[in-house]
Structures are given as C-alpha cells and as structure tokens.
Design a protein around this ligand. Structure first.
Ligand code: MF3
Ligand code: CO
Ligand code: CO
Length: 283
C-alpha cells in the first residue's frame, strides 16, 4: 500500500499537488489513514478474478440443487466437493470456529446459518446461500437468495428488492467516491419498498484475507465515510428484512435471525475497483 502524501499529485488529475487541491476537503470528510492508493500487481488482480469466477460458478451450481426435500447439509457437501475438486478450499470451514463449508440462511435467518442434515427445504422457503472459496490464496465471496418451489408474493418481492439493492449499490461505486454512496443507494431503494436494512452486518475488504478492515455498510449518506480508491477489493452484501432491521444471534453463536421472525434476503458480490471503474468478480 502506498499512502497518498500531501506532496503527491492530486488524485483528481488537476496536476496540482494534493495539499493544494483536494487534501483539505478529504481531510474534513474522512480519516486520513484511509487516503491510500493501493497498487495491485497484475498477478493479484488475476488471482482475485479466478477466485471470483470459481465462487460464482459454485454458487450457480448449488443453486440448481435447491428444491423441496433437499437438506442444507447436502448443499454444503456439494459446494465442499465442487471447490475441492477444483483446487480450492471453503473459507468458512473453521473460520473463527464456523463448523461448516458454506452458510445457508433460510427464511427468517439473516446470515451465517449453519447447514444441517435436519434442515430440509420446504416448498415456499427462500434460502440465501453464501459461498467463499480460496483459490491460490485469493478469496471469492458471493451469495444469492433462491426460491424453494413456489414462494409467497412477499418472499418474491423481498428477494427482487434485495437483488436490486445489490445492483444499485454496485452502480453507486466509482473511483474516488465514498463508501456512503453505496449505503445511500441501497437504503433509499429498500425503504422505498418499506423494507429495512440490516446494520450489524456489513460488506468488507477482501483479498488474501477473508475479511479486511474496510467495512461497507449497506446504509449511509452520499459523500460520507471512507474513500473508494482504485486498487480496492471489497464485497457488497446487503441483507434486507421484511420487518425490523434487528438481528438476534442464536445459541449456536452464528445463526442470525430477524428479531420479529419475518423474512430476510441477501445477495453478495466481490468487486474490484480500478481507475476504470468497478468490476464484478463474482458475476
Ligand atoms: N461469507 C460471509 C461474508 O459474506 C462470511 C461467512 S463467515 C462464516 O462475509 F464464518 F460464517 F462462514
Ligand atoms: Co462477504
Ligand atoms: Co459471503
């Protein structure tokens, strides 16, 4: 990582020194520690592209298995084998004690649901499947919500709105923009449809580390928060609730449910931001 110094050329391309141009404005709007340019080697970018592609292929493949009667353990085992056969490993397994290879979050579960042989998909369920592979040391992290058989109009609407929230969040990303641009785009759309945005779980920086310190809330204000700089890799992964935004953690210490037991949906992509704009690595 290279810090953007006071005497560096300004990021805006004016040709002036940073201190004579945007420095003051940036300093007022966020923590200077975040004003970093992060040059990435071609190998790093290529590694992240490959991991992202594999993650999205794994998610798409497991999505095809979603139907009534299938256990969430079967989904877990499928993805575990899928990634293993392709030379990758499942990042969640043993991550901070997480016991399984993927997260399966059904109906009122917001995220971090633990796959189980006892949990059988029922007609009308929605299920968020979140997979993360590590390929050659690089992480690809992606999630989608799937329908089990025929779902209610509310489940359909929540899922459609959540998918759009991710798309709108991605569309708000631009080099030298702000983390808050993403949150505002997501929150505005969710609220317009009378849904709530989960605040306790956020997107994150990602690379050779699963969760980096950069946090991407799915709420916020345009122009606020950390700067989005070329060279950043991060996820956007909105969790949108039918009812209240609050989460309750179950005794297993992982499963996060909505406080009112109403539905929750989630979509996630891993992104690469360069000078040219944003690239979806898990498309
Ligand atoms: N894949 C999740 C995310 O999007 C994290 C899962 S951590 C685990 O960040 F330990 F629960 F697997
Ligand atoms: Co993630
Ligand atoms: Co994830």
């Amino acid at each position: 990582m290279i810090r953007l110094e006071r005497n560096s050329p300004c990021w805006c391309g004016s040709g002036k020194k940073y201190k004579a141009c945007h420095w003051k404005q940036d300093k007022q709007s966020n923590n200077m520690d975040n004003n970093e340019r992060i040059p990435r080697s071609d190998a790093f970018v290529e590694g992240m592209r490959k991991a992202g592609k594999l993650a999205s292929e794994g998610l798409k493949a497991v999505g095809e298995l979603v139907k009534p009667g299938v256990s969430t353990l079967a989904l877990n085992d499928f993805v575990h084998t899928y990634f293993t056969e392709r030379g990758a490993i499942c990042a969640p397994l043993n991550y901070r004690g997480f016991p399984m290879s993927i997260c399966t979050s059904r109906n009122e579960v917001i995220c971090h649901g633990i796959p189980s042989a006892d949990e059988i998909l029922q007609d009308g369920d929605i299920i968020s499947i979140d997979v993360t592979c590590i390929l050659d040391g690089y992480h690809g992290d992606t999630a989608s919500t799937f329908f089990v058989g025929n779902v209610s109009p509310m489940a359909k609407k929540l899922t459609d709105v959540t998918r759009s929230c991710l798309e709108l969040g991605i569309a708000a990303v631009r080099p030298y923009g702000y983390v808050g641009d993403i949150g505002e785009a997501i929150q505005t759309y969710a609220h317009k449809h009378h849904f709530s945005v989960v605040e306790v779980f956020v997107g994150h920086g990602i690379g050779t580390v699963f969760h980096e310190s950069l946090q991407i809330p799915h709420y916020g204000r345009r122009g606020k928060g950390e700067r989005l700089l070329p060279g950043m890799f991060f996820t956007i992964e909105p969790m949108i609730n039918e009812g209240v935004k609050d989460a309750v953690i179950m005794p297993d210490k992982w499963t996060a449910k909505t406080a009112d037991n109403k539905l929750s949906a989630q979509f996630e992509h891993t992104l690469y931001l360069s000078e040219k704009g944003v690239e979806i690595l898990t498309k």
